[in-house]
Design a protein around this ligand. Structure first.
Ligand SMILES: C[S@@+](CC[C@H](N)C(=O)[O-])C[C@H]1O[C@@H](n2cnc3c(N)ncnc32)[C@H](O)[C@@H]1O
Length: 222
């Protein structure tokens, strides 16, 4: 199996089950035109996030790592009219592109991009004692994943879902000797989750247009 096969299968699934979606297509074009890296989730992955948020009946969603707002659009579309999505981004250019994309998608009333280091923004949310989030999607700098997961636990409730993207790292996650900070952070995340009695979790390997990677899905139990 090769990348071209994975691309073809993703293209087929997206054509059948996602279809033509002007807001998402415009968001991808705007991100590309602004020179943002091509590291947003794929359309069928975005739809998975959307379906998880719908299944969750999510009214409040937190995202760590906005980029151009592609996954934020998918997630925010699952919210009711009075729902809230807060997405955290460190790069002012990314935040600006995301805000434009959310306006064009008609989601700026429910979705807010907060600029700054995610660690600081998360600490501020905890400090403010905000209402718990029903779903948290963690997709920013991978070495910080353990810190983001700990914060997510402080910002959720029993029944909330926490999703962490890119946990396979091309298979390197299985290498205990890796010195790659992203791998070290991802392994530390798994050790943290394994020792955390408040969550039940699994991680799944995936292939697709974004290559060989995977995600962690954790449910807060108590
Ligand atoms: C993989 S991209 C997010 C992709 C997005 N979730 C999507 O699928 O459309 C990661 C983003 O996290 C941002 N980021 C990296 N380090 C960060 C930090 N310390 N705090 C907040 N955002 C950060 C990057 O600038 C980048 O825009």
């Amino acid at each position: 199996m090769t990348q071209s096969t994975w691309d073809a299968v993703d293209a087929y699934f997206s054509e059948q089950l996602v279809g033509h979606d002007p807001a998402l297509e415009e968001a991808a074009v705007a991100a590309d035109a602004a020179g943002l890296p091509e590291i947003a989730v794929a359309p069928n992955q975005g739809k998975l996030l959307h379906l998880l948020a719908l299944t969750q009946g999510a009214r409040r969603i937190l995202e760590v790592g906005t980029l151009g707002g592609y996954s934020a659009i998918w997630l925010a579309r699952a919210l009711p009219a009075d729902g809230t999505l807060i997405t955290l981004e460190i790069d002012p250019k990314h935040a600006e592109v995301a805000r434009g994309n959310l306006v064009r998608a008609g989601l700026d009333k429910v979705a807010e991009v907060r600029l700054g280091r995610a660690a600081d923004s998360l600490a501020a949310l905890v400090e403010q004692g905000v209402e718990p989030f029903d779903l948290v999607f963690i997709d920013a700098d991978k070495p910080s994943n353990p810190e983001y997961f700990r914060r997510a636990l402080q910002l959720t409730r029993p029944g909330s879902l926490i999703i962490v993207d890119n946990v396979v790292r091309g298979g390197a996650v299985a290498d205990a000797d890796s010195t790659d900070p992203a791998v070290v952070g991802t392994r530390a995340l798994h050790e943290l989750i394994a020792a955390e009695p408040r969550v039940t979790a699994t991680s799944v390997q995936t292939v697709g247009s974004k290559g060989y990677d995977g995600f962690t899905l954790a449910r807060v139990q108590s």
